[in-house]
Design a protein. Structure first.
Ligand code: FES
Length: 106
């Protein structure tokens, strides 16, 4: 398990989405109230950049065709209306330590 510091906790407020990169892994950091989550950056429908999305009732929405994901585990809450099933986002472990948001990409 290797933890990588991605940003300061105070750099994000509730509802913010932040694009980050660790090695070749492009990540989306999500702050929902006082919790932080990390998922893969691109929508599994048509690879839209989810840092341009938004949170609604705690769910992550892709603004392209409105696929909805659970930030906690990356699972699909609802696929785009016109599409069949789509895959989940990758989900990464996150912790906050000494004011730093840390992600384990293993
Ligand atoms: S690209 Fe995200 S819903 Fe279509």
């Amino acid at each position: 398990m290797t933890w990588y510091k991605v940003l300061k906790q105070d750099a994000m407020k509730d509802g913010d989405l932040f694009k980050s990169k660790i090695g070749n892994n492009e990540l989306l950091i999500i702050r929902e109230k006082d919790k932080f989550y990390a998922t893969s950056l691109y929508c599994t429908h048509e690879q839209y950049d989810l840092s341009e999305g938004f949170l609604d009732n705690g769910n992550l929405i892709c603004p392209n065709h409105f696929a909805t994901f659970d930030p906690e585990d990356g699972s699909v809450v609802s696929p785009p209306e016109s599409a069949g099933d789509i895959g989940p986002l990758k989900s990464y472990k996150v912790k906050v330590e000494n004011g730093d948001v840390m992600v384990d990409i293993a």
